[in-house]
Design a protein around this ligand. Structure first.
Ligand code: ADP
Length: 667
């Protein structure tokens, strides 16, 4: 997985969002507070509306109660007036008063006493007298609570004064349901309680108590009826819904605290997890081992950065891919699919297996893959986790070492061969010298004897020449193999080539090969050992003949009945002469001069594979270069260049040879 770089502003926004998220636990509490605030506002408004309703009802009740009391007093006044009308006919004493039924009924109802005053305010009669009260009036009337009030009614010049109990007035005048609901009091203008429905009169102006006062007026001037709600309704904040709300808020507070604790724990765990994930990512990205997770079907679930680098594809391109994978070599798809199937079946070798993968740029890489089961959080295997090591460099090193070992082995074989050839040349030198001696002796003896058969003499002379030539060849090769410097001199490359071709004349004829010459006129002489150079040319020509004869006649292109070899000599640069040997054989099939001139490389059943190796080293010893390629004749082309002879070079070479000879003599 690739690490994405965050821009500063995005990082800032992310940090802010993370900070906000850490405060999210407050949200339920805030929502609850808003909700409770709403309920409070609603309760407050409902309470106020209810209070206003109650007050309106109280006013109505006060006015109706006042009207009731007024009505009652009006009735009492009418009764008093009736009594006043009867009195002139009665005796002006207590008996006269008591004789009236109005008096006794009045006393039974409401009146506390009736006093008859003359014009000078002297009491003519007063009811009830102390002794007459018992049995006439109920006890409660005598000891009624509160003050008393009175009604006055003129009777001519005299007056009747009726003292009555305002308390009884209240009890009789106020209906029970109102008395049940309100504290009712009659008070005077000094706020003195005149009467109260309750035994202990209450002042209704205690704080929080709702009360209303209405003037009684008329029959009770200066008196007020005051109503106070008996049961003051609890303040709205003490009502059940709000108590429940308070409880709810308490619970929310506890829940919020628990939530906060949980959020803190989770955010701690999250930050620990993030740190761990960052560590793991850093470790995976810095690892040299490629990691690849696959599900049970082989679909890629995850790759690390090293894996992406190995195959040259990004994680986005790889994740989700199903077989065949783009990094599998297309030419080995069948084999890789078989291996893939084996791996998914859990049969991958425990100590890993080697595979060949393809980088996106076409480069091949050798990898070592170790598969292990991919286990999920529940302990179930969901796929395979592969660890991949790129072993391309190691493989190349191994190949190089192997190659070096082979080269060393070849080198040692070459050395042995050189030694054998050197010994052989030494051994051959002697018989060749003997042959030459016998040949010279024979020629001399025949000459002395006057023998004149020219054919025999010519054959003998040829035999002597060939034996001498063989001796020279053997000596030069021996010198070359024993690392003696070649004996260089100015030589005509064209002439050497023609000599080599003449030596192979019979082979060329047998193989039906035509030789074409393309020797540039006026070529400068080259500076080389003519005998070694002749061997090089013989070798090249023989290889060309072998190549041509190797192709079956039927396979030859139409019209090309015979093999063709072309020898071209021309200036090769400013100070070099170049010679090409071309043929119309099968060609080199892409092989280079390096491949072909490797010691012991041969495609022939009887070939030793040393010819081109020796040719190349001979040319290089002469400070020249060798090359091979395809020819316009359709087959192979072998070319070499040699330096042009100059006198200075020759002198320097002679000086070198002298110095070496001296060294050897001293050694
Ligand atoms: P040898 O002749 O013993 O095989 P050489 O070193 O001379 O060893 O040649 C090495 C190989 O180079 C030959 O076996 C042959 O495959 C290849 N070769 C040489 N000359 C030619 C040519 N003219 N055309 C095609 N192949 C050639």
């Amino acid at each position: 997985m690739l690490v994405t770089q965050r821009y500063p502003s995005a990082a800032g926004a992310h940090t802010r969002w993370a900070g906000l998220r850490r405060k999210l636990w407050l949200l339920p509490l805030l929502a609850s507070l808003v909700f409770v605030g709403g309920v409070l506002a609603w309760a407050y408004r409902a309470d106020r509306a209810e209070r206003e309703d109650r007050r309106a009802t109280m006013i109505t009740d006060a006015l109706s109660s006042e009207a009731q009391l007024q009505g009652l007093l009006t009735v009492e006044r009418a009764r008093l007036q009736d009594l006043a009308r009867q009195l002139p006919r009665r005796a002006h004493n207590t008996a006269g008063l008591l004789a009236s039924t109005e008096v006794t009924e009045g006393l039974r109802r409401l009146w506390l006493s009736v006093t008859w005053l003359d014009a000078n305010n002297r009491i003519l009669a007063h009811v009830p007298e102390q002794n007459t009260l018992a049995g006439v009036l109920p006890g409660e009337l005598i000891d009624g609570p509160g003050l008393s009030a009175h009604l006055t009614q003129p009777v001519g010049a005299e007056r009747l004064v009726v003292r009555y109990s305002p308390t009884l007035l209240l009890r009789r005048g106020i209906p029970w349901w109102l008395a049940h609901k309100y504290d009712m009091q009659l008070i005077d203008s000094n706020e003195q309680v005149i009467a109260s429905l309750d035994q202990t009169p209450l002042r209704t102006d205690s704080p929080g108590r709702e009360s209303y006062m209405v003037s009684v007026g008329g029959n009770m001037p200066g008196a007020f009826l005051e109503l106070g709600l008996r049961e003051a309704p609890p303040p709205f904040w003490r009502t059940l819904p709000l108590v429940l709300m308070a409880g709810f808020l308490g619970l929310m507070l506890v829940a919020t605290l628990l939530l906060r604790r949980q959020v803190v724990r989770i955010s701690r765990a999250e930050s620990a997890w993030r740190t761990e994930a960052a560590w793991r990512q850093a470790m995976e990205d810095s690892a040299l081992v490629g990691l690849r997770a696959r599900d049970a079907e082989g679909r890629i679930l995850y790759v690390n950065r090293t894996f992406c680098t190995m195959v040259g594809l990004s994680a986005e391109q790889l994740v989700g891919l199903e077989p065949p994978m783009p990094y599998w070599p297309p030419d080995e798809l069948d084999e890789v699919l078989l291996r893939h199937k084996r791996n998914l079946e859990g049969k991958a070798p425990r100590d890993g297996y080697e595979a060949l993968w393809c980088h996106q740029d076409g480069r091949r890489l050798n990898v070592m893959v170790f598969e292990s089961p991919l286990i999920d959080a529940h302990g179930r295997q969901t796929g395979w986790m592969g660890s991949i090591i790129d072993i391309t460099a190691r493989k190349q090193l191994e190949a190089r070492e192997r190659h070096q070992a082979e080269a060393m082995a070849q080198q040692s074989r070459l050395t042995t061969l050189g030694e054998v050839a050197s010994a052989l040349a030494h051994q051959l030198n002697q018989p060749l010298t003997v042959i030459m001696g016998y040949n010279a002796g024979l020629q001399r003896m025949l000459a002395d004897a006057g023998y004149d058969n020219q054919a025999v003499l010519h054959a003998l002379a040829q035999q002597g020449d060939q034996a001498a030539e063989a001796g020279r060849i053997v000596r030069r090769i021996r010198e070359f193999l024993t690392r003696r410097a070649p004996q260089r001199e100015a030589c005509d490359l064209g002439a050497i080539a023609r000599r080599a071709a003449a030596l192979l004349q019979r082979d060329l004829q047998t193989a039906d090969v035509q030789l074409h010459w393309a020797l540039a006129a006026g070529l400068p002489p080259v500076f080389a050992d003519p005998i070694l150079l002749e061997q090089v040319l013989i070798n090249l020509l023989r290889n060309a003949v072998d190549a041509i004869t190797g192709v079956a006649v039927a396979d030859r292109p139409a019209g090309a009945a015979a093999g063709r070899i072309r020898i071209t000599a021309q200036p090769g640069g400013e100070r070099f002469v170049r010679l090409d040997v071309e043929d119309n054989g099968p060609g080199l099939s892409g092989r280079t001069v390096d491949n072909l001139s490797a010691p012991f490389y041969s495609t022939k059943s009887d070939g030793m594979g040393m010819g081109l190796a020796i040719c190349r080293s001979v040319i290089e010893v002469h400070h020249g270069g060798m090359d091979a390629g395809s020819s316009s004749l359709g087959g192979a082309r072998f070319s070499f260049t040699l330096p042009v002879f100059d006198a200075q070079m020759h002198e320097a070479s002679l000086a070198d040879e002298d110095a070496r000879a001296n060294q050897e003599a001293q050694g």
